[in-house]
Design a protein around this ligand. Structure first.
Ligand code: SF4
Ligand code: SF4
Length: 182
């Protein structure tokens, strides 16, 4: 036992610290909110209801149907159905999430290489049937329009889309023209 540990033991330092914390909470007012009358501001990055990102240029989903999100999902609650389009590109016919099975881990967001799926701040939803929690591609795109308006989507990806290159200590991407200038 070190000297500081011995001193702490003799003078009951840890017990006094704990009592101090208890007294502090006794004099501070309670912060219980009377939900739903009182609501707090939505917290950016909350893991709420899912949305599929709408590409502003095409007006369609950004998703390319690669299936990585579905492969990563621990609940196996993402279902993707694709077909081949006229230009031989993959077309996402159906993208569906069984929200009742989801554990809101956000692995799907992290796995997506295109930033095509997000978890929105919206958490106040309820329903009487299982079908109401079966989110189709159209409903997921509506969620994007409803809950990720303005700059919200951009801010979300800036702050919460992981992993990023810095997580792996990777060099920042330098474009060919920038390399030529050096
Ligand atoms: S948040 Fe997690 S459990 Fe829910 S759909 Fe995404 S990967 Fe699956
Ligand atoms: S949401 Fe992303 S990871 Fe999932 S299928 Fe679409 S592009 Fe692939």
């Amino acid at each position: 036992m070190t000297t500081s540990e011995f001193v702490k033991k003799i003078f009951f330092v840890e017990i006094l610290k704990g009592l101090g914390l208890t007294f502090k909470h006794m004099v501070n007012p309670a912060i219980t909110r009377q939900y739903p009358q009182e609501k707090r501001e939505p917290v950016p990055g909350s893991r709420g209801l899912h949305a599929l990102v709408r590409n502003p240029e095409t007006g369609r989903e950004k998703c390319v149907g690669c299936g990585l999100c579905a492969a990563m999902c621990p609940s196996q609650c993402i279902h993707i159905y694709t077909s081949e389009g006229d230009d031989h590109k993959k077309v996402v016919d159906r993208y569906e999430i069984e929200v009742l099975r989801c554990v809101f881990c956000a692995f799907c967001v992290e796995a997506c290489p295109f930033g095509a799926v997000v978890l929105t701040e919206h958490f106040e939803y309820s329903g009487y049937t299982r079908e109401e929690f079966y989110y189709t591609k159209e409903r997921l795109l509506e969620n994007w329009d409803k809950f990720m308006t303005g700059d919200k989507g951009k801010i979300y990806f800036e702050r919460f889309w992981r992993p990023k290159s810095e997580d792996f200590g990777a060099q920042p991407v330098v474009r060919a023209e920038e390399r030529a200038e050096k």
